[in-house]
Design a protein around this ligand. Sequence first.
Ligand code: ATP
Ligand code: MG
Length: 420
Amino acid sequence: RIGPVIDELGALFAEAGHELALVGGPVRDAMLGRQHNDLDFTTSARPDDTERILKKWGDGTWDMGRDFGTIGCRKGPWQVEVTTYRSETYDPASRNPDVSFGDSLAGDLVRRDFTVNAMAVRLPGREVVDLYGGVVDLATRVIRTPGTPESSFSDDPLRMMRAARFAAQLGFDVAPEVVAAMTEMADRIAIISAERVRDELVKLVTAPYPRKGLTLLVDTGLAERVLPELPALQLERDEHHRHKDVYEHTLTVLEQTMDLEKRLPGGGPDFVARFAALMHDVGKPRTRRFVDDGTVTFHHHDVVGAKLTRKRMQALKFSNADIDAVAHLVELHLRFHGYGSGEWTDSAVRRYVRDAGDQLDRLHLLTRADCTTRNRRKAERLWRTYDALEERIDRLAADEELAALRPALDGNQIMAILDL
Ligand code: ATP
Ligand code: MG
């Protein structure tokens, strides 16, 4: 429990004549009954003083960015970050935060993104400081800005992405006036670096409620700027050809992927699998054709989809490893559909495994998650067919392992065979 640790640190800072308060994420999460080992503090001490105190207390300190006022420290299971009070002003041209140190807790809290993140616990003594109604917003499960959303987002447009991210992580609603400001100011996200947008997107996609965050991005128009392939999936809605709504299908596949994730070796939220689910059909809008009777068909959208995925992920500055993994899954996600009709030969099964390479576990997930159809029986049949394919893959692998265990010929046998 965090009580003893925060009291201990609070006492040390007080002895040295400095204020210290637990702040942001850990306060929010503790109030939600979720305690973790990452503790963020804010202090009146300047970085050199903070470092001196933490050096005496912890197992090791490091510089997280002295210019920004943050010193990190580890002690046992605790990961601590202490940041000097800040009062940020923004360079109107670049909108990069221009950091200057502040001298009050209130001044530090006012520049924070959302009311639920702008609470502090002053130490020692554990006095809760909630100047903007964060407790009420936690209880009513709503994301709100401390001041007007317009001025907050104009100071730092990344906060619009963060609103969607926290909605996805906490399952909260975003207040209507905040949604309105996001919709009005969505264009401003263009001045934020791709890396910062990417980091929020990753957190949103791997959160417990990604549908919530993604819906917000699409509805406010932010997705149009950061992930346009997603809103593009909203094709015509049509009573008779409901399958045309690829967007809704995509969100369902993402949720099915989440349900299946436990089967992965890691077990936990898997960004690559989830992002592949999100992107698996992005080739469809480009490749659709209308047949005479009004039916829509899609041609070879796997290759086009993989290409669009690569382009988008490159623009968002993802690592090559992530780009390769996701694009690979998008490209392969239709391969299985050749299996049900004509049985595959062993070498076709081997090729499937070889082509999937180190993405095989995720391909199993994505392909199964994609077996969604309004027709339950059809979906179940597809799952059984995939079960059969997976069993065959396992059997072939077992055979190959046995073959590898077979004793090699000894020297005399080789001599005999070669007639030497
Ligand atoms: P997690 O670490 O789980 O992602 P968190 O709440 O700690 O969640 P961080 O991104 O680590 O979120 O930020 C820590 C705190 O700093 C936030 O709770 C918030 O108070 C403040 N903060 C971070 N980024 C911004 C920003 N762009 N604008 C305003 N305040 C911010
Ligand atoms: Mg944090």
